[in-house]
Design a protein around this ligand. Structure first.
Ligand code: AMP
Ligand code: MG
Length: 413
């Protein structure tokens, strides 16, 4: 079997990862910290919304049957928002009422101020009201006992608004995975150190931390691990307490690439190694069971572009799944885009081409992709200003400008 045949197609690799990523157990958080989290329980209302009939307009509360167009009614009072819902309308009169104020008993309609003429304590109306007009009925929004949110709901602004209105200040959501970030390499120094001859800054750790945070998780950068089995063992033994371990470097075929071996020595089960894609071919995915739960171990390649691309395609969906997102929505959204320049595919592997996708400003708001010029996997500049990964299938022929390709959108375009 050749090396190329031994490589897993990238979609299979992702399926396998998602099959082993299950949402984490529940934790209770305050509503003020719940944005972006996913509910673990249904929410059943114990309140009715609105709590009482109220006016949808600034205007006059009337009994519709009392109103004749142009005829004058006595203005018998004013009801402001925030006052108890105990007022009663005197038959044959109108009451000034403000938006959100409780409807007085006997009144069955509100006439907008814009349709009324008031002078000397009397008011006449230019239009006859329909019974029930501009009245918001008690319970028309939410009934007590009704299920307003289902387990699995993503808490966004709207969901948080309704939880607040129901007085639910503590909610049960899926726990956020803890993520340990390990960087391996004798050549690496911290970003606050001056690299000496032969050394480079550990930029991957910072890049990966930002990616982890963008995915809605908490990341922790561990001290750099040297390219010895002992140091890697020490480092990973500490990292394994996290829900997810992301390491970079040391997974290729170099003399000092021990990550795969050290995972196995620490009792982890290797699920796959090598994916038929570019960049990011060497990628080891293993799992280790600890205290009854599975820690996911991603050994990403060290080249900055390779580790970033591998993160977006494989780690991001896993993190989202642990957070409770449905499998179908775990990965980045896809869109068909047109390429602004020709692209030469790789002969054997899917090439995830880094690109900037923009939306044209006029209908039908087509998406256009401009491949970034430096596609070398060691090129940090190729990651600046990138917002999409184009999926370029393997092939011989160059794709002309204007061709359609599938893009993984890494941010909103
Ligand atoms: P490796 O996968 O360990 O063979 O590393 C591949 C390339 O990526 C080498 O040129 C490394 O120096 C570089 N590299 C590895 N780790 C990092 C890192 N944390 N930050 C930046 N570059 C790295
Ligand atoms: Mg290395």
């Amino acid at each position: 079997m050749s090396t190329e045949q031994a490589m897993l197609p990238w979609k299979k690799a992702r399926e396998l990862i998602l099959g082993l990523s299950t949402p984490l157990g529940p934790e209770t958080v305050e509503l003020s910290a719940a944005s972006g989290r996913i509910l673990t329980t249904d929410i059943v209302s114990t309140r009715q919304l609105p709590p009482w009939d109220n006016s949808a307009m600034d205007g006059y509360a009337v009994r519709a049957a009392d109103v004749t167009v142009g005829a004058k009614l006595l203005v018998s009072g004013t009801i402001a928002a925030g006052h108890p819902a105990e007022t009663q309308l005197v038959a044959g009169t109108a009451m000034r009422i403000m938006t959100g104020a409780p409807m007085p008993a006997l009144a069955d309609a509100v006439i907008m101020r814009e349709e009324a003429d008031e002078a000397d304590g009397q008011v006449s109306f230019r239009k006859a009201p329909r019974p029930g007009q501009h009245v918001r009925r008690a319970g028309e929004d939410v009934q007590p006992g009704s299920t307003v949110l289902l387990a699995g709901a993503l808490l966004s602004a709207g969901e948080i608004g309704i939880l607040a209105a129901l007085g639910r200040l503590l909610v049960s959501v899926h726990r956020r995975p803890s993520v340990a970030i390990v960087s391996t390499g004798d050549e690496l120094v911290r970003a606050d150190e001056q690299p000496l001859s032969g050394q480079i800054v550990n930029s991957n750790a910072h890049c990966l931390l930002a990616l982890v945070e963008q995915a809605g998780c908490r990341g922790r950068i561990l001290p750099i691990a040297r390219d010895t089995k002992e140091d890697l063992q020490r480092c990973f033994a500490e990292a394994f307490s996290a829900d997810v371990v992301i390491s970079s470097g040391g997974v290729s075929v170099g003399d000092f690439d021990f990550v795969k071996q050290v995972f196995a020595e620490l009792g982890a089960k290797e699920r796959f190694f090598r994916v038929a894609m570019k960049p990011g071919k060497p990628l080891v995915f293993s799992t280790v069971e600890q205290h009854g739960r599975l820690t996911l171990l991603f050994g990403l390649p060290g080249n900055p572009a390779s580790s970033l691309v591998s993160f977006e395609l494989f780690v991001y969906p896993a993190l989202r799944r642990l957070l409770g997102h449905p499998v179908a929505q775990a990965a980045h959204p896809l869109a068909m885009v047109r390429i602004a320049e020709p692209i030469r595919p790789d002969r054997e592997r899917t090439h995830f081409t880094r690109a900037l996708v923009t939306r044209s400003a006029v209908p039908p708001y087509e998406l256009w992709a401009k491949p970034l010029t430096q596609q070398g996997s060691g090129m940090l500049r190729s990651l600046v200003g990138m917002n999409a990964l184009l999926e370029v299938p393997p092939g011989e022929a160059s794709l002309p400008a204007g061709s359609e390709l599938c893009a993984n959108l890494l941010s909103v375009v």
